[in-house]
Design a protein around this ligand. Structure first.
Ligand SMILES: Nc1ncnc2c1ncn2[C@@H]1O[C@H](COP(=O)(O)OP(=O)(O)OP(=O)(O)O)[C@@H](O)[C@H]1O
Ligand SMILES: [Mg+2]
Length: 259
């Protein structure tokens, strides 16, 4: 049997009014694969992740997760719009970390990490706390469990956000420029946590990043987005080392010049 891709975008389009943000996107991500998206501002990178997270509706096409349609259900051999229970079931496989941390400000690091496991997964508090403690330890914040977001640095907050997403036991993790809002000296500690996740966990990872060095070293595949389409994709060595498309070449030159 051929293994189902973890995620498949099939001819997916997204429009806001007359603006086409994604234009018939086709993309498959294998189980355990690490895929990075790079590309100019406004090219639709965040939109791709938000659609997968069901934070945006789609206008055309189907997104499949482990062979099941995300926003549709199969009924009598036809695809019909999914009901909320179906969407919840599928999106429980997906966790997301945003550029701007998005922690609950009135909750400690620990409380941030146990809230959804208790209320959404129905975990017992003691179990949720034990798991959250392990995850906070894993991201290097074992000593900061009782701290509120305002008492943590940006890099620490982002690591709590990663632990919080993992507490829901996702199979797929989405990262949207998770280091862009950080002071440069805090970027490394967050990237190190992502590296560790990649090494030690069987996660499928799909990330938007401006960190070309990280994308090159970490990804199995890099997709260059332009105007709502994948303009070029390939293993990082090829895409960074010998980009074929003129737009990719221009983008990489501009990024390198900007340092
Ligand atoms: N809610 C919305 N309403 C209208 N237009 C939107 C909305 N969200 C995004 N857009 C538009 O869709 C396009 C793609 O946005 P998106 O956020 O996906 O870009 P991006 O590639 O992530 O850019 P950046 O690198 O700046 O984060 C942009 O032109 C943006 O203005
Ligand atoms: Mg974006």
């Amino acid at each position: 049997m051929i293994e189902q891709p973890m995620v498949r975008f099939e001819n997916v389009s997204k429009r806001y009014g007359s603006l086409t943000v994604l234009d018939g996107l086709d993309l498959e991500i294998k189980r355990g694969e690490k895929v990075s998206i790079i590309g100019p501002s406004g090219s639709g990178k965040t939109t791709v992740l938000r659609m997968l997270m069901t934070l945006e509706t789609i206008n055309d096409g189907v997104i499949w997760v482990e062979g099941e349609p995300l926003t549709h259900m199969q009924r009598n051999g036809k695809l019909v719009p999914a009901d909320i229970n179906h969407i919840r079931k599928i999106r429980a496989k997906i966790g997301m970390v945003f550029q701007s941390f998005n922690l609950f400000p009135h909750m400690t690091a620990m409380a941030n990490c146990i809230e959804a496991p208790i209320t959404v997964l129905g975990m017992k508090r003691a179990d949720a706390e034990a798991r959250a403690a392990d995850l906070l330890e894993m991201v290097g914040l074992g000593q900061k469990k009782g701290h509120y977001p305002s008492q943590l640095s940006g890099g620490q907050q982002q690591r709590v956000a990663i632990a919080r997403a993992l507490a829901m036991r996702p199979k797929i993790m989405l990262f949207d420029e998770v280091t862009s809002a950080l002071d440069p000296e805090l970027v490394g500690e967050v990237l190190e946590v992502i590296r560790k996740l990649g090494r030690e966990h069987d996660l499928t990872m799909f990330m938007v990043t401006h960190q070309m060095g990280f994308a090159k070293e970490f990804s199995d595949r890099v997709c260059f987005f332009h105007a709502g389409k994948i303009c070029e994709q390939g293993p990082p060595k090829e895409l960074f080392g010998a980009p074929k498309n003129e737009r990719t070449q221009q983008f990489l030159r501009a990024v390198l010049e900007a340092g």
